[in-house]
Design a protein around this ligand. Structure first.
Ligand SMILES: *Cc1c(COP(=O)(O)O)cnc(C)c1O
Length: 374
């Protein structure tokens, strides 16, 4: 039933056809067809105003309404409305959050605890180190991040604990989170709005829009207000969450187009039935692909099974000699964006919310066909 919402995409059957590709790109990534169409329309004529969304003031009534709805809908979808949280749409990508988090939360002479589960976690740790003592509670780096460390201890005197819910590059995903007495911060860039979780266990969530929510250019930050204002640092205005909250996420000109398009995606998700509905589709897609990776003797997955991501599936050919044929076959089938990140090699199928089940069926057919032809 849910599939009906992935409406009428005519996919390319051959690469030379200028039709929609099955886009497995890790980010920026596929968005719902409806969102592409509505946002394109808004570039030409926003809300029948005779003006483009690109040429109106961010202080105009129409755009203020967009910002307010986007902030409220993000909280609503996460089940965090009325629980002391604020949603912000900021600049600088998830990468700027790597330093805004310690700037706002790490006390002068304090310390922070980090879980090292991949390249992005590592970048977050690097920034935190320039603010103060940064304890890495566990790391899966020696095994090239093929799993999520378990059984680690988080020091109770740390100012906060930081983790990465989904490791976009390595194809692993945290299924459980520790219960702590200190604030928990989570980089959810590549799996926000994809699965049901008790989001109230987190005190600060951030996500670059371009993985599962919208185009590049804005970052969603969801923060529990009570954790702010305790670091004892003088924070530059643009990096101060409190400033952005006071200014209702309009301290300076926001990324109007990226935020509007993100709102369209959030509306699409709400109409679909919210996170619980998309989670079922995401699980079906992941199960279909992982079942084939495990069944097909030509392929093997790179992440430990228990920690496999339902968003980014990383896999290798057992024999590289099959690569030229496989690559030509999936390209011929209208698939795009499948090569793996250079730090893992092989292939990575990013199956974000907007990727239809049909696209995964096409990939699985190609994998089966390769077995027959090789
Ligand atoms: C892509 C990604 C980032 C970096 O996002 P930018 O918006 O490009 O800064 C950070 N964390 C995770 C988990 C990501 O997938």
């Amino acid at each position: 039933m849910t599939e009906a919402y992935f409406r009428n995409i005519t996919f390319a059957k051959k690469p030379q056809q200028h039709m929609k590709k099955h886009n497995y790109s890790a980010g920026p990534c596929i968005l719902p067809q409806d969102v592409f169409e509505k946002s394109a329309q808004a570039v030409l004529n926003f809300n029948n105003s005779g003006l483009s969304i690109l040429e109106i003031s961010h202080r105009s009534k129409d755009f203020v309404a967009v910002m307010e709805e986007a902030r409220a809908l993000a909280l609503e979808l996460l089940g965090l409305q009325g629980k002391g949280y604020q949603a912000l749409f900021l600049h600088g990508g998830a990468s700027l959050e790597f330093l805004m988090v310690p700037y706002n939360l790490m006390k002068v002479n304090g310390k922070a605890a980090y879980l090292d589960t991949g390249t992005w976690a590592n970048s977050a740790i690097k920034e935190a180190k320039s603010f103060g003592e940064t304890v890495v509670v566990a790391s899966s780096k020696p095994e090239n991040y093929n799993h999520i460390p378990k059984g680690y201890n988080v020091p109770s005197d740390a100012d906060y604990f930081h983790c990465t819910s989904n490791n976009t590059i390595f194809g692993t995903q945290m299924k459980e989170f520790p219960t702590l007495d200190i604030p928990m911060v989570c980089d959810m860039s590549s799996d926000i709005f994809s699965r049901t979780l008790d989001f109230s266990q987190f005190d600060l969530i951030y996500a670059g829009a371009q993985k599962n929510m919208g185009p590049a250019g804005t970052t969603l930050v969801v923060v529990k207000e009570e954790i702010l204002g305790k670091s004892g640092r003088t924070i530059p205005s643009m990096l101060d969450y409190k400033q952005h909250i006071d200014k209702e996420s309009m301290y300076n000109t926001p990324a109007v187009f990226a935020i509007y398009t993100s709102l369209l995606t959030l509306q699409w998700l709400k109409n679909l039935g919210g996170i619980a509905a998309i989670e079922k589709v995401n699980e079906a897609k992941a199960q279909l692909l992982y079942t084939e990776i495990d069944r097909n003797p030509l392929f093997k997955g790179t992440a430990e099974q228990a920690d496999r991501s339902i968003m980014n599936a990383t896999f290798l050919l057992n024999d590289e000699a099959h690569a030229p044929l496989f690559d030509s076959m999936w390209k011929e089938a209208g698939i795009s964006g499948l090569p793996g990140h250079r730090s893992v090699g092989g292939y990575r199928a990013s199956m974000y919310n907007a990727l239809p089940l049909e696209s995964v069926q096409v990939l699985v057919e190609v994998m089966k066909e390769l077995e027959v032809r090789s």
